[in-house]
Design a protein around this ligand. Structure first.
Ligand code: C5P
Length: 229
């Protein structure tokens, strides 16, 4: 078991309930909550606002270099608050337009390299426990994390949860399932930093678990790691 503050990383596909569960776990452990997806979202929002050519990797990397992102704990329910160049974009980064454009940045090695370095620097700067969530955390960003969790759920259940989140703006269930399946494909097949279930991750299928059960289970895993010699 590695020394230093406890690092709990949670990877998994879109809509498996990572954000809410990670946020709750962080609250329970008094930990810093690092939402790496919010960083990809914030940079995507900035690129869209600037009208950047999303197929131009060098231009996307430049957008990342020029984007100041702050993650604060007091966001909307289950999320962190996200400041982009000092402005609150917590809601703006969650639109379907942003979600459906992220792959341009997530697939670009120069973007990932920069965001991975920022994520690692953020973790080094914190003295206490960290709960981080994303896709490539156990495999690329924090391979030394003491607790690795892969949080999964069925596509049907993930679509149902997404529809609940989107409320009146939700498209038909079949459309949502198609979007989720397309995002899974992009997340798992990209050449750099794909969504990966590493061998040393605890697999948690949340399809038929309540949020409370998921958080309890993750807290037990964190407690066991914290007590390990
Ligand atoms: O977790 P969230 O759904 O907010 O992430 C949005 C997108 O950002 C994901 O679909 C994925 O493409 C990308 N992402 C990533 N690597 C991470 C976190 C998110 O590529 N560590």
């Amino acid at each position: 078991m590695s020394q230093g503050p406890l690092l709990v990383v949670i990877d998994g596909p879109a809509g498996a309930g990572k954000s809410t569960a990670a946020r709750r776990l962080a609250d329970r452990l008094g930990a810093f909550y690092l939402d790496t997806g919010a960083m990809y979202r914030a940079c995507t929002l900035r690129a869209l606002r600037l009208g950047t050519d999303l197929s131009d990797g060098a231009a996307l990397a430049a957008v990342v270099d020029e984007t100041k992102i702050e993650l604060l704990p007091d966001g909307p329910e289950g999320k962190c608050r996200v400041l982009l160049d000092g402005h609150d974009v917590s809601e703006a980064i969650r639109t379907r337009e942003v979600t459906n454009s992220i792959h341009h940045l997530a697939n670009e090695p120069r973007v990932r390299e920069r965001l991975v370095a920022r994520q690692q620097a953020l973790a080094v700067a914190r003295a206490g426990t960290i709960v981080a969530e994303g896709r490539d955390l156990g495999s690329v960003v924090f391979p030394h994390a003491q607790v690795k969790i892969y949080l999964d759920a069925s596509v049907t259940e993930r679509a149902r949860r997404r529809a609940e989140d989107l409320g009146g703006d939700a498209p038909a269930p079949e459309k949502l399932q198609q979007e989720i399946t397309a995002r899974d494909r992009r997340d798992t097949t990209r050449l750099v930093g794909p969504l990966t279930r590493v061998d040393d991750a605890h697999y948690v299928d949340s399809s038929s678990m309540t949020l409370e059960e998921v958080v309890d289970h993750m807290a037990a895993l964190a407690a066991a790691a914290g007590q390990a010699p």
